[in-house]
Ligand binder design. Structure first.
Ligand code: GLA
Length: 402
């Protein structure tokens, strides 16, 4: 996605430029990092994501009639369709996400109405920071306000996941949508993906003199959705074996000892997938304890272990993400780092002492050049709040914050 340099606070002005009148509602939603708990959400386990200060914006205005017109600022492209024909043709690639949200609302029994909508994406796409969930969250919170639907953030997260699963066709879990709707600045969310119970856990690396750093490998995750769906099938298959052997229902009930005893009872690939999910669930719970007791050093060790498991057992890393892991392990002012998100490219995160960030960037860029990798983009991020929507007249104050 072409990045365009603007700020969410400029959205109403851009809307006027594109559509000739003021929007009714302006909404914004964040991208995310996942501190730990990778490929555990669709396995009904635990995750610990946090939102970052890369956001998307959606400005929208009611229109009489049945026509929906969406304009993407990043692509400078328009998607227009009749509310009854939103799935008759695929529309432009970027239009799949807002169309998916409209589809999910219609499936839920809500009536759709005409509108003009302007979308701006400030979350780098394909970087593993969940730009798609951010677009879904921005659009849905805007429509929730515009049409006074009264949906809770939890319900909206589920609807956005439904859009992704059944309209877009990626069998993702609930993590990305959940954090984009429910995040709080300075907090991560410890989410139980089975019960959807959650807890905001303070996550302010700054208090320990650290900063969360995002490493965008620049590797586009072309394989991501097919390999992602494959991992989801494999882990479900391995679970069937565990269910038969131990009478358990989900991975969270299984122990490492049980999976060790299964080593010869299942194909080695399935065994590795299962071992990752079981060990990762345990690491999430330990990470929550580490955060609560401000034991950042231990958190860092857990990040490194998570990466090893994703690289060796779940096999979703790539050389560029492994470089981040190696550097995080070796660099004295970094307490830990790992790939984040689905993998196969995209981003990683590291926790680095604030004063050493520039040096950390320099070293990693040097190593990337040596290995002929695409030069990575590395940014220090703040832990941000979730999706919100406002009447446009209030936006000038609110928009300042983003
Ligand atoms: C993607 C999906 C999430 C989650 C992660 C892996 O980001 O959208 O639901 O499965 O991959 O942890």
């Amino acid at each position: 996605m072409p990045v365009i340099s603007m700020n969410a606070k400029d959205l109403p002005g851009k809307f006027i430029q594109v559509f000739g009148s003021k929007p009714d509602i302006v909404a914004t939603a964040p991208g995310r990092i996942n501190i730990i708990g990778e490929h555990t959400d669709y396995n009904l386990g635990y995750v610990l994501p946090a939102a970052v200060n890369f956001r998307v914006g959606f400005a929208v205005k009611k229109k009489s009639g049945r026509k929906i017109t969406l304009h993407s600022l990043n692509f400078n492209s328009v998607d227009t369709f009749d509310i009854n024909h939103l799935d008759n043709d695929p529309g432009p690639g970027w239009g799949r996400y807002p169309r998916g949200i409209l589809w999910a609302l219609r499936e839920e029994g809500f009536s759709l109405h005409g509108l003009n909508g302007l979308i701006w994406g400030g979350v780098p796409q394909g970087a593993g920071l969940s730009s798609s969930a951010a677009i879904e969250a921005g659009v849905l919170s805007g429509l929730n306000k515009l049409w006074k639907l009264g949906l809770t953030p939890e319900k909206m997260a589920l609807l956005a996941q439904k859009a992704e699963n059944f309209f877009i066709g990626v069998r993702c879990g609930i993590m990305d949508q959940f954090i984009s709707f429910l995040a709080k600045p300075g907090f991560a969310i410890f989410l139980d993906c089975l019960s959807l119970e959650y807890e905001h856990v303070p996550f302010s690396p700054e208090k320990s003199g650290l900063k969360a750093v995002v490493y965008d490998s620049g590797v586009q995750r072309e394989l991501a959705s097919s390999e992602y769906n494959k991992r989801s099938k494999e882990s479900a298959e391995a679970l069937e074996v565990l269910k038969k052997m131990y009478g358990i229902k989900t991975y969270r009930e299984a122990t490492l000892d049980q999976i060790r005893k299964c080593a010869k009872k299942m194909d080695n690939t399935l065994f590795r997938r299962a071992r990752h999910v079981i060990s990762e669930n345990l690491r999430v719970k330990e990470a929550v304890e580490a955060l609560k007791s401000q034991n950042m050093i231990y958190l860092g060790e857990l990040l490194l272990k998570s990466h090893e498991s994703l690289r060796d057992d779940y096999q979703v890393s790539c050389p560029e993400l492994d470089l981040l892991y190696e550097t995080s392990r070796e660099y004295p002012a970094c307490i830990g780092g790992r790939m984040t998100g689905a993998g196969f490219g995209g981003s990683g995160i590291a926790l680095v002492k604030s004063e050493a960030i520039e040096d950390f960037k320099r070293i990693i860029k040097k190593k990337s050049i040596k290995r002929n990798f695409i030069p990575p983009r590395i940014y220090a991020v703040d832990i941000d709040g979730g999706a919100s929507a406002f009447p446009a007249e209030k936006w000038s104050d609110e928009g300042e914050k983003w």
